[in-house]
Every structure is written in structure tokens, then in C-alpha cells.
Design a protein around this ligand. Structure first.
Ligand code: NAD
Length: 485
């Protein structure tokens, strides 16, 4: 089995800890490689390198930095198929979704390369004569990027691309369930010609290496995507660093009595069972008008029965494995909890019969809004159907959770649609589309316990830069603001 190394100061390096860990293929439970179990000592080396690289990288004109990003785009495009296959093997999602993940990386690097010729500040009049006011963008400094396993190439890219174009240097820690995807991405960044020290990669657990990244005094910003629990820990321990947190979700699709049910069905299948329900934006609740609930439940069960579980590499697989054994146990725990809470199990409710970390797509009906299966993030292929009587109740139920990431409404009624847009407490609302499928040039993020950060598009630039205010007084005398004589 191959042993992979960290990337520090432009070189592939073994950890000072001399320890390694394995990453498994969730469809076969077989190890795919061994990786460095990095330590605080490795982090110190990486931070020293990132600090040394900072000034020259920041001084490189942004359009020149962009040339490297355009090269990354080219290399990602050339390698798309291979990278997608690696992602299927390490993370488990089906091939076409993995290819979408790589495409998202391509798109964000391309978008951010374009920002190299913009990176706007703004100008504004002064209240005084002969004075010029403006803002410019400066990098945050050395930043830590910590990412989850469910989009192991796209999410790191959502952070790396803006961080690079803004002139930061980076310590990147991928999830310990998908270190190979992180390594493959960094190989491409290196091949594109990033100077040494600009990006450093350390593999290892959240506790052993993520934690010291959060606390490192020379790291000035943290961009994190992951669970609410880790997000809270980061908020508490990162002291005064600039922190971006993209956390969990418990997203709902509302289906009103006038909805196109065939369209809604496609949206629910994709939202609930795409990526085996392991998306922060997964539709884990269907809030449906009582007049159409029975018909829709039948339609959903019929279609779900036809979904095929299997390795994501097979072209006829609809649902790949969960990420690991404890994810299977967690999903099974929630399924039993749902039954005990009095929800009706309409379909599924058991692990897959094949080897690997599989779980059958599962549908509950008669779910009450306060049941734990309707409140907590299960992060698996489980959907809860909740009946409502009108749009106000639909929105109340939709909002009756601690999270606020994505949401959706299926209706032909403009008034319902705009009520949902205005009243749902979430960072994203779709109309007549599922809860998943972000486009990279729009801001992405949530409210409430999902965290209030935004990334992608221009929001990514704001996350990885500071706005500096410039006053230029060319009056030749001391002028005082606020009318002070
Ligand atoms: P996680 O919080 O367990 O881990 C995320 C990353 O944080 C990993 O790299 C992990 O090693 C690291 N980490 C864990 N403990 C740490 C600590 N104490 N200090 C520093 N780093 C630490 O989450 P996960 O299981 O990898 O991902 C699933 C979660 O991510 C779900 O809740 C999902 O909703 C969320 N998610 C959110 C978004 C979003 O954009 N809002 C996108 C994808 C996933």
C-alpha cells in the first residue's frame, strides 16, 4: 500500500510523528493508502514556510497570481476523469456526482482567476475638500483551511482559490477520511507553478492537527466547513482570528397543493438521496400539503424502490455508500429512533445487504415537526414527510429548527413562492428546484446554527481579504473631519 506525504515548503515530507493512518474505500472497506498523522511540529514547519512565502506572494500582482489559477483550471480539466474516479474510490459518491465535484473546482478556480483583474475596493467622496477616499483589499495573511469529506475536492477549492487570488498563504488540512483527494488537488496546484510555501498540506485528525491549526498564533484566519460541534469549538478557540464557518443543515422541501408533483418528486429524490444524503444541503424534510401528501408518498416510494445501491464506480449505481461504519450506525440509530418516536417507516430502514458502508434509502411519513428525526442532522439517505394545512404552517415548520442553510418550495403560486423567499430562515431558497445544486458565483452559506458566513463568488473574496481604508489629503494643510476647526 502506498504511503502519501505532507506537502511543506514545496516538498513532499514525512511527518515528524513518524506515524501514519489509513483511508478506506467505503464501498469495499479496503484501505487505499496510508497518510501522515501530522503533529504540531509539522505545523510549525508549515507555518514558518507560509510566513516566509507571504510577502513575495502578496507582492505578486493579482493578475499574475491569476495566471497560475488559470493553469490550475487547465490541469483540472485535463485530469477531471482521473480525479473523479479517485473521489469515488475514497469518498464513495457516484461517478457523475464526483465529476460534478471536480467541475465545481474548475469553475471556482476560473471565477477566482477572473477576480485577479478586479479585486474591487471602492471610492467614495470625502466630506473635506482636496481629499481622496478609497478602500483596497489586502490579504488576511497565513490562513488555515479545514475541510470535510463530503465534497473533498470542491470544498477545498472553494477556499483555496479565493485565498490564493487575495494573496494569502495557506495551511490546508483535508478531512482524515479523504486525505488522498486533498493530496491530488495540491499536486495540481504545485504543478501549476505555485511558489514554495504558498500552499502547505498536512494530513491527520481534527484533534491532533486541526486543533493546533485553530490555536496557532501565527495563523491569522480560519476557513472551516464541517459540523456544528466542531464549528462551536473553533469559534471558542480561535481567539481573535478571522473565522469563516460553514456548518450543518436540516433542509426542507415544501410542496404546496398546487405543485407540479412530478417535478417535486425529482427534486425530493435528488435532494434526499443524492450523495447518499451526505450533503449539508440535503433535503431531509419534505413539508407537504395534506391534500397531496398521500399521492406524493406513493409516487416517492415507487421511485425509491427502483434506486440501485452499489459502488459509485458502476455506471448503473444510484446510491453509493456512506462514508464509514460509524455513519451507518448513526443512520441506523436515527431510523430506530424515528420508529420509537411514532413515525411510520414507509420504505427502507436498514443497512444495505452488500459489503461496504451501505444504507437503504429510507422514507418516514407521519413525522411530527418536533421529533428528533425532523430536528437533527442525520447525514444519510433518510427523509421525513411532515403534513401541513397551509403556507403559514409550512413556513413555521420549515423554520422550527436550529439550522438555516438551504430550503425549497414547489408551487405555481407566486404569492406562496414570495412568502417562502421572504419568510424562510435560511441562507438559500430555491423555487421549483431541489435544496441542492449551488452555483459557484453566488454566495453560499446559512443562518442560525449553520453559521452566518458566506463563501463562493464575491463572498469568497471578502472571506479571504481585509478591506483597508485609504485617505489621501492633498490640501497641504491639516484638515479635521467632523467639522472640527
Ligand atoms: P467534522 O466537523 O467532523 O470535520 C470537518 C473537519 O474538521 C475535518 O477536517 C476534521 O478533521 C476537522 N476537525 C474535527 N475536529 C476538529 C477540531 N477539534 N479542531 C480542528 N479541526 C477539527 O465534519 P465532517 O463529518 O467532516 O463533515 C460533515 C459535516 O459538515 C456535516 O455537519 C455537514 O452538514 C457539514 N458540511 C457543511 C457544509 C456547508 O457549506 N455548510 C458543506 C459540507 C459539509
Amino acid at each position: 500500500m502506498k504511503t502519501y506525504k505532507n506537502f511543506i515548503d514545496g516538498k513532499w515530507t514525512s511527518s515528524c510523528s513518524k506515524k501514519t493512518f489509513c483511508s478506506l474505500n467505503p464501498a469495499t472497506e479496503r484501505p487505499i493508502g496510508s497518510f501522515q498523522d501530522s503533529s504540531k511540529e509539522d505545523l510549525d514547519l508549515a507555518v514558518t514556510s507560509a510566513e516566509e512565502a507571504l510577502s513575495s506572494w502578496t507582492d505578486t500582482p493579482a493578475p499574475k497570481r491569476a495566471e497560475i489559477l488559470f493553469k490550475i483550471v487547465e490541469l483540472l480539466k485535463k485530469d477531471k476523469e482521473r480525479l473523479a474516479k479517485i473521489e469515488v474510490i475514497e469518498m464513495g459518491k457516484v461517478y457523475k456526482e464526483a465529476a460534478g465535484d471536480i467541475q465545481e473546482a474548475i469553475d471556482i478556480f476560473e471565477y477566482m482567476a477572473g477576480e485577479g483583474r478586479r479585486l474591487f475596493g471602492h471610492t467614495t467622496p470625502s466630506e473635506l475638500k482636496n481629499k481622496f477616499n478609497a478602500t483596497i483589499r489586502i490579504p488576511v495573511g497565513v490562513v488555515g483551511i479545514i475541510t470535510p469529506w463530503n465534497f473533498p475536492i470542491a470544498i477545498p477549492s472553494w477556499k483555496l482559490a479565493p485565498a490564493l487570488i487575495c494573496g494569502n498563504t495557506i495551511i490546508f488540512k483535508p478531512s482524515s477520511y479523504t486525505p488522498l483527494c486533498g493530496i491530488e488537488l495540491i499536486k495540481i496546484l504545485n504543478e501549476a507553478g505555485l511558489p514554495k510555501g504558498v500552499v502547505n498540506l498536512l494530513t491527520g485528525s481534527g484533534e491532533r492537527i486541526g486543533n493546533p491549526i485553530i490555536k496557532h498564533p501565527k495563523i491569522k484566519g480560519i476557513s472551516f466547513t464541517g459540523s456544528v460541534e466542531t464549528g462551536k469549538f473553533i469559534r471558542k478557540n480561535a481567539e481573535l482570528k478571522k473565522v469563516g464557518l460553514e456548518l450543518g443543515g436540516k433542509n426542507a422541501i415544501i410542496i404546496m397543493e398546487d405543485a407540479n408533483l412530478d417535478l417535486a418528486l425529482e427534486g425530493v429524490l435528488w435532494g434526499a438521496f443524492g450523495t447518499t444524503g451526505q450533503r449539508c444541503t440535503a433535503a431531509s424534510r419534505v413539508i407537504i400539503h395534506e391534500k397531496v401528501a398521500k399521492t406524493f408518498e406513493k409516487m416517492l416510494v415507487n421511485k425509491t424502490k427502483k434506486l440501485k445501491l452499489g459502488s459509485g464506480i458502476m455506471h448503473n449505481t444510484d446510491i453509493g455508500p456512506l462514508i464509514n461504519k460509524s455513519a451507518v450506525e448513526k443512520v441506523d440509530y436515527y431510523v430506530n429512533l424515528g420508529i420509537n418516536e411514532g413515525a411510520k417507516l414507509l420504505y427502507g430502514g436498514k443497512p444495505g445487504k452488500i459489503k461496504g458502508f451501505f444504507y437503504c434509502p429510507t422514507i418516514f411519513s407521519n413525522v411530527k415537526p418536533d421529533m428528533r428525526i425532523a430536528q437533527e442532522e442525520i447525514f444519510g439517505p433518510v427523509v421525513s414527510i411532515i403534513k401541513i394545512k397551509d403556507i403559514n404552517e409550512a413556513i413555521n415548520v420549515c423554520n422550527n429548527i436550529k439550522y438555516g442553510l438551504s430550503s425549497s418550495i414547489y408551487t405555481e403560486n407566486m404569492a406562496y413562492a414570495f412568502k417562502a423567499i421572504n419568510k424562510i430562515e435560511a441562507g438559500i431558497t430555491y423555487v421549483n428546484a431541489s435544496t441542492i445544486g449551488a452555483e459557484i458565483h453566488l454566495p453560499f452559506g446559512g443562518v442560525k446554527k449553520t453559521g452566518s458566513s458566506r463563501e463562493a463568488g464575491w463572498a469568497g473574496i471578502e472571506e479571504f481579504s481585509e478591506e483597508k481604508t485609504i485617505y489621501i489629503d492633498y490640501s497641504g494643510k491639516l484638515q479635521k473631519a467632523q467639522g472640527i476647526e
